[in-house]
Design a protein around this ligand. Structure first.
Ligand SMILES: NC(=O)c1ccc[n+]([C@@H]2O[C@H](COP(=O)([O-])OP(=O)(O)OC[C@H]3O[C@@H](n4cnc5c(N)ncnc54)[C@H](O)[C@@H]3O)[C@@H](O)[C@H]2O)c1
Length: 477
């Protein structure tokens, strides 16, 4: 595509339409310790962060950096030991290791497995343990129920409890407030405070996102909302937005994540059509998004991770009539089947065919296998008779063998007839195709190998990207 630049229009091209949200600079003065902390501006207290994982640890480090005394709570001893040793158990989060080290040496961060004791000492408890799906695609509350059961007996007058984990609408008020009240004998809003504030950041950019994205807060009653907003005002450099209720904040998180799932489903359907009519959908997306009302996402092998494929089901669990939401899930999950059909067609069948899958995590740069599309991909390749090996730069050979397939050693080459990329790790662009003399097709599941020169004997298949046919046969072996 050629862009004709106009001297009368000096602003950068809108092509691509991506929205950059700049990080806010920290404008907080050193907070004055308050005992107890009652939400007064300019003061800090003690906060317990329950669940010191990929999200919990960055927020714990952020709070400590803003002068709060932080107790990180986790059920995993190894996580607790690492934090207490001043180390970050979460790799691949830029800047986190330094922040944890600093917070620990400033004496503002410690970790424990004892949630009850931590909540007893805290002015604020922030809970961020996972809620996933069970086999019936219903919310699986086991981690959250256990976390709430641990802190509930320690709820004391004036305590602020904030749920940051994404929850179905109504759960903060309907499922968890009664448990906190029953175990403590206290009344929410009268004796202690409860709010919901969704965590909206992305793994791999957590600290940048925390300083950039508005922090949404919805209370159980006005006083809870105001107390939670006062807490975030003391620790968040970005805007703090007090919404009308916990339910409005809960629904906002489900709305923004489901929007992405539905949008990706549309991109996938457009990709199927573009393939049929021989149009390059990338060119179309970039051009369409140059108009401010179009924000088309990228097509691909489907959607993984424990957010985007999960939260539409939180909506559906309460509103099964949401047809578009349900259909979008099916469209996105159907992408693996289409990829397999395309590979079968290119090879004339998969029985006994060695296939190499590159990228097992749900996306590049994040060591998380939850809901990764690699699992159904490998399972279905195997179902059709393929002999699957796999590689992921974030996983050891043992981890690959444990989760899914025979581990491939990067650079080893081999008799593979198909290579499928399931993440867009930049490493995969450096594949040495000479090491794969039998290779006949590359299925580029994230369209990230575009522009890589393939040997003439290898066909290219992308998602909404015009494929190429081999112009020569694989070398005889
Ligand atoms: N990962 C993301 O990109 C992301 C983005 C936005 C929001 N979120 C929200 O954050 C939640 C947590 O995600 P994550 O990526 O941090 O998960 P994670 O798996 O990295 O971390 C969760 C941590 O909670 C701990 N835990 C489990 N049960 C516990 C309990 N009863 N008490 C104390 N600790 C317990 C686990 O040991 C683990 O260390 C998600 O469910 C989601 O609602 C995640």
């Amino acid at each position: 595509m050629t862009i004709v630049r106009r001297p009368s229009h000096p602003a950068p091209s809108l092509l691509g339409g991506s929205i950059e949200t700049p990080a806010s600079a920290c404008r907080h003065a050193e907070g004055r310790p308050a005992l107890p902390w009652v939400g007064e501006p300019g003061t800090v207290g003690t906060v317990a962060v329950v669940g010191a994982g990929k999200m919990g640890l960055p927020i714990a480090a952020l709070y400590a950096g803003h002068g709060w005394s932080v107790i990180a709570v986790d059920v995993q001893e190894a996580v607790v030991d690492a934090i207490n040793a001043g180390e970050s158990p979460v790799a691949e989060e830029p800047g986190l290791a330094e922040r944890v080290r600093e917070a620990r040496s400033a004496g503002r961060l410690r970790a424990t497995t004892d949630g009850t004791a931590a909540a007893r000492k805290a002015d604020v408890v922030v809970i961020i343990v996972p809620v996933l799906l069970d086999d019936e695609q219903q919310p699986d509350y086991r981690h959250m129920d256990a976390a709430v059961a641990a802190i509930a007996p320690a709820v004391h007058p004036g305590l602020m409890v904030i749920f940051e984990t994404t929850l179905p609408v109504g759960d903060t008020r309907g499922r968890y407030v009664p448990r906190l009240e029953a175990a403590s004998g206290l009344r929410a809003t009268a004796d202690f405070f409860v709010a919901f504030s969704p965590e909206r950041i992305l793994s791999g950019a957590a600290l940048q996102n925390l300083a950039a994205y508005p922090k949404l807060v919805g209370g159980i009653g006005a006083a809870s909302g105001e107390r939670a907003a006062a807490f975030y005002d003391s620790v968040i450099d970005a805007e703090v937005v007090l919404m009308s209720s916990a339910e409005a904040a809960e629904l906002t998180k489900l709305a923004e994540t489901t929007y992405r799932d539905v949008n990706i489903a549309l991109a996938n359907e457009l990709a199927r059509y573009a393939d049929r009519v021989g149009v390059d959908l990338q060119e179309v997306i970039v051009a369409a998004n140059s108009q401010p009302y179009s924000h088309l996402h990228q097509p691909g092998l489907g959607v993984g991770g424990h957010c985007i494929p999960v939260y539409p089901h939180f909506l559906l669990s309460r509103a099964p009539e949401m047809e578009l939401v349900e259909l979008s899930r099916r469209v996105n999950d159907g992408q693996v089947g289409l990829a397999i059909k395309a590979i079968q067609k290119a090879l004339g069948g998969l029985e006994g065919v060695p296939v190499l899958v590159l990228g097992l995590t749900y996306r590049e740069g994040v060591k998380e296998l939850a809901y990764s599309r690699a699992m159904p991909l490998i399972e279905r390749l195997g179902f059709h008779g393929a002999v699957v090996s796999a590689y992921d730069p974030l996983l050891t050979a043992e981890e690959v063998e444990r989760c899914c397939a025979t581990a491939y050693r990067w650079g080893a080459g081999g008799p593979f007839r198909a290579i499928v990329t399931q993440t867009a790790d930049p490493l995969f662009r450096t594949i040495d195709f000479d090491a794969f003399p039998d290779l006949a097709v590359v299925f580029d599941g994230r369209n990230s190998l575009r522009g890589v020169i393939l040997p003439e004997r290898v066909a290219y298949r992308g998602v909404g990207v015009p494929g190429t046919q081999p112009t020569a046969q694989p070398a005889a072996r």
